[in-house]
Design a protein around this ligand. Structure first.
Ligand SMILES: N[C@@H](CCC(=O)N[C@@H](CS)C(=O)NCC(=O)O)C(=O)O
Length: 123
């Protein structure tokens, strides 16, 4: 039964992820200089996520629209990133944005908080 629910969830996630790719629209356009600056800043960010999680899809959609090359790290069972998330952030919950800045690391949970943070910093 547990396996069946997992299968249905993953299937739904896959459908949502496909719809997301088909309906994403356009990316934010910046001058090459500004985009380079944004790319450099985005190198200090990483999104811990599951491919088929609807909250992660919502967050990835915002990242795409803001044109941010943020590394996506799979936090599913069996992935080494899962342990980093647990040790660093304190819990296994995705999406979680890892922010490395001024020698400190912050772990930001909650899809709406992550999107708010990225829009404030990069929109
Ligand atoms: N309110 C949270 C919900 C996040 C959430 O429920 N994520 C699920 C995956 S869809 C999760 O991480 N569950 C823990 C687990 O599966 O181990 C958000 O908007 O980010």
């Amino acid at each position: 039964m547990k396996l069946f629910i997992k299968l249905i969830r993953n299937l739904l996630g896959l459908i949502i992820a496909t719809l997301d790719v088909l309906t994403r629209g356009t990316k934010l356009k910046r001058s090459p200089e500004k985009q380079q600056q944004v790319n450099d800043e985005a190198a200090n960010l990483a999104l811990y996520q599951f491919f088929a999680c609807p909250f992660c899809i919502k967050t990835r959609r915002a990242i795409y629209k803001l044109n941010l090359p943020i590394e996506k790290r799979n936090a599913q069972e069996g992935s080494p990133h899962r342990e980093d998330l647990l040790q660093g952030g304190g819990k296994i919950k995705v999406p979680c944005l890892r922010i490395d800045q001024d020698g400190k690391t912050e772990w930001l949970y909650e899809s709406s908080e992550i999107i708010k943070y990225l829009e404030k910093r990069f929109a």
